[in-house]
Ligand binder design. Structure first.
Ligand SMILES: *[C@@H]1O[C@H](CO)[C@@H](O)[C@H](O)[C@H]1NC(C)=O
Ligand SMILES: *[C@@H]1O[C@H](CO)[C@@H](O)[C@H](O)[C@H]1NC(C)=O
Ligand SMILES: *[C@@H]1O[C@H](CO)[C@@H](O)[C@H](O)[C@H]1NC(C)=O
Length: 394
């Protein structure tokens, strides 16, 4: 009896102190994971404008000059691309391409920790791409985002068409053919589709491809990544979605509404911050706690079911990068073969650098090594985690 009443008072104390300390705070990020329990009046927490602001606001706030361009791909998608000039003389040109379920904001929304802002500060001209299906590139000549046809693309088309169109734009505006291309996650897969199927275009546009955490060979995925693949395969959920003509993954206002209830209200926020860990890998020491709310706030942007299906096909056919499997008849018509061919990695003739986190569930050294073994000898570059020094030396 005594224990029960003790427990009761402990709970009352905890709940009331949470309610007592809860005031809507303008702070939205904190230095440590533990600081998220009490953000108000906490000197380790502050207001990070990138949390809500879009690319133009963030850039103009920092007094950089911003140019916005629209291009149309060969298959009719309208892409928005940003060009940002450094304040002094230009040292080089770097093109940054975002990951799955994201857009160009990922490069500039985390204050001084943002790679895009870091490179601008170091004197590089920075271009930010927005692939089809993302918030900044959401229109097509003939379709709207509510048409199934709009979403009939995977990372293949984002490489083969979008990247070509973006690099053509850079050349038209700057007359440069020494773009250093940096991608994160799925854009790395797209870059390899582009560079292997359009080797001359890549050679005439790029100086190097730098892929961070990219998925190219995917036979050795770990932990949650492997579990997700198994669940998707066993439930046939992607096939069912395609059969129902649902081409996109859930995103947008309805999802944001629920996410805001779950993640933006104190004290649930701290739980949300902790919950993302099992999905992407555990690395409290390397993941800056102040980044996590921003990642959650922006996640997810629009993405196609076909991209996931394409990865799944690769994973269950041995893990090598292969073209999309449309079934024997359609494959025969498209590829002159009942099975989809592998991407011709030996055609790639620009240097490829690959970097990955050691705790990342999706990429690992074994798969990267397999990929490098499929490249031509003279283009082999092994991964290192000291990648800052490489950017400034190429
Ligand atoms: C941008 O320019 C304005 C007006 O010149 C100045 O007040 C502000 O401090 C500058 N901001 C930054 C981040 O340099
Ligand atoms: C858009 O529609 C026009 C007219 O039907 C057609 O000629 C064109 O090929 C279509 N373009 C794309 C990219 O689908
Ligand atoms: C299709 O494949 C067959 C057998 O592999 C080959 O003989 C033929 O030339 C190919 N046709 C085309 C159009 O590539």
């Amino acid at each position: 009896m005594k224990n029960k009443s003790k427990l009761f008072w402990i709970i009352v104390t905890i709940v009331s102190s949470i309610l007592l300390f809860y005031k809507s705070s303008s702070n939205n990020v904190c230095k440590n994971y533990s600081d998220y329990f009490l953000m108000h009046n906490n000197e380790n927490c502050w207001h990070e404008p990138g949390y809500y602001a879009e690319v133009p606001q963030i850039i103009l706030q920092r007094n950089y000059s911003l140019e916005t361009y629209y291009t149309v791909t060969e298959d009719g998608y309208i892409l928005k691309t940003f060009r940002i000039l450094p304040k002094g003389e230009t040292k080089g040109l770097i093109f940054l391409e975002h990951s799955f379920v994201a857009n160009a904001e990922i490069w500039v929304d985390k204050g001084d920790l943002s790679l895009g802002l870091y490179l601008l500060d170091k004197g590089y001209e920075v271009w930010l791409g927005n692939l089809r299906g993302s918030k900044y590139s959401n229109t097509h000549l003939n379709y709207t985002m509510s048409d199934f046809e709009y979403w009939d693309f995977s990372f293949h088309e984002q490489g083969y068409y979008d990247m070509k169109s973006q690099f053509d734009l850079v050349q038209r505006i700057t007359n440069r053919n020494d773009i250093v291309f940096i991608s994160y996650s799925m854009a790395g897969t797209s870059s390899i589709a582009y560079a292997s199927l359009r080797p001359n275009h890549a050679k005439n546009s790029l100086k190097a491809i730098i892929n961070i955490g990219s998925l190219i060979h995917i036979s050795n995925m770990q932990g949650a990544a492997r579990d997700v693949a198994n669940i998707l395969e066993n439930t046939k959920i992607l096939k069912i979605m395609q059969w129902l003509r649902i081409g996109w993954l859930p995103y947008g206002s309805v999802l944001s509404f629920f996410k805001n209830i779950a993640c933006n209200s104190h004290p649930f926020r701290s739980l949300c911050i902790i919950a993302h860990e099992p999905m992407i890998g555990f690395s409290k020491t390397e993941m800056d706690a102040s980044n996590v709310p921003i990642i959650l706030q922006k996640f997810p942007d629009g993405a196609s079911v076909k991209s996931l299906n394409h990865y799944l096909q690769m994973y269950y056919s041995g893990g090598k990068m292969q073209l999309y499997d449309y079934g024997p008849e359609e494959n025969m018509r498209l590829y002159n073969s009942t099975k989809p061919p592998l991407y011709p990695l030996r055609n790639i003739n620009v240097p490829v650098f690959t970097y990955h986190g050691t705790e990342d569930f999706f990429t690992n050294s074994k798969d990267i090594e397999d990929f490098y073994n499929d490249l031509r000898q003279k283009l082999k570059y092994m991964a290192t985690r000291r990648w800052k020094t490489i950017i400034t030396s190429i």
